[in-house]
Design a protein around this ligand. Structure first.
Ligand code: SAM
Length: 285
């Protein structure tokens, strides 16, 4: 591998040599600590045979390590100034660059076109923070979804995904994520290892998709979970009543699932929401 791109010296050199300055509108904060990118690449890639999808390679800090560890890295980048720099600086035939807005990409088709039979797909990104949620939901909803998703995101957002019931950060997103994936923290990352330095600290977390028997009509299940958290201070009974516009129906839902009327959504675990939904599916569908 060439000298690491992820240093202050090389980031400054690349920016000066190609006259590219970080664009705030694209959420560009480049990593300047090689140990951090190496650890992300190690956590993200299980085997050199894995197909790796990266969003936002930037000037290649992380991409360079990904190309060392996998034979096929597909990197989506929105900024047209960057592909030539990436090719010149990384110089690896493991790298395929797609100059495209990831949110516009047909992720199912892109994965289908490249995944070999039985091949694992690892998604990895130091996310552009302004579109963290749409990127993650796009992946959660994809049919050809990756096996694992390893992402750097704002610490506070990471905490929401890791939150367990009764934590302050626990919300509908935590429940929906738990339904789809197991989540674990890879590491905390200080704001000081980015250039330019953001105003917040970060965290790397990893989602692993779980094989679960799906509930009937997942969209309705997700709608119910969101409705249960609609007003955090209110009881589950109040929130269900507002969702169904029917007091008696809300009361009967709780009774059927053995839940007290005074309980709040944040006290329930995923399995409680599944039970609440399945016991009442015939009534609410
Ligand atoms: N991976 C590099 C690093 O770690 O130093 C750069 C990460 S930077 C936080 C986010 C990257 O995402 C930038 O390169 C930015 O141009 C790119 N980006 C922003 N919006 C994007 C989009 N919609 N589709 C693809 N890439 C995007």
């Amino acid at each position: 591998m060439n000298e690491a791109i992820a240093t202050i010296k090389n980031t400054r050199r690349i920016q000066a040599q190609y006259d590219v300055h970080a664009k705030k509108a694209f959420g560009q904060n480049f990593i300047i600590e090689p140990k951090v990118v190496e650890k992300i690449a190690d956590a993200a890639i299980a085997s050199p045979n894995d197909l790796v999808i990266e969003v936002g390679p930037g000037i290649g800090a992380l991409t360079q390590f990904l190309c060392e560890k996998s034979e096929h890295v597909v990197a989506f980048e929105i900024d047209e100034r960057l592909p030539d720099i990436l090719r010149a600086e990384i110089g690896s035939d493991h790298l395929e660059i797609l100059l495209q807005d990831f949110l516009e990409a047909d992720i199912d088709a892109e994965i289908r076109a490249r995944r070999k039979p039985g091949q694992r797909v690892d998604f990895v990104s130091n996310l552009p923070y302004y579109i963290t949620t749409p990127i993650l939901f796009k992946l959660f909803e994809a049919r050809e979804h990756p096996d694992t998703i390893t992402v750097m995101l704002q610490k506070e957002v990471g905490e929401r995904f890791l939150a367990r019931h009764s934590d302050k950060a626990y919300n509908a997103l935590s429940v929906i994520t738990a339904y789809r994936c197991r989540v674990k923290k890879v590491m905390d990352v200080s704001r000081h290892v980015f250039m330019p330095k953001p105003n917040v600290d970060s965290m790397v977390i990893q989602f692993t998709f779980v094989d679960r028997e799906p509930v009937a009509d997942e969209d309705l299940f997700f709608e119910m979970v969101k409705a249960c958290f609609a007003q955090r201070r209110k009881t589950l009974y109040n929130n269900l009543q507002a969702w169904l516009a029917d007091k008696e129906a809300a009361k009967s839902m709780l009774e059927k699932s053995g839940l007290e009327p005074s309980v709040r959504a944040q006290e329930l675990e995923l399995e409680d929401f599944i039970r609440l939904y399945e016991e009442n599916y015939e009534t609410i569908r």
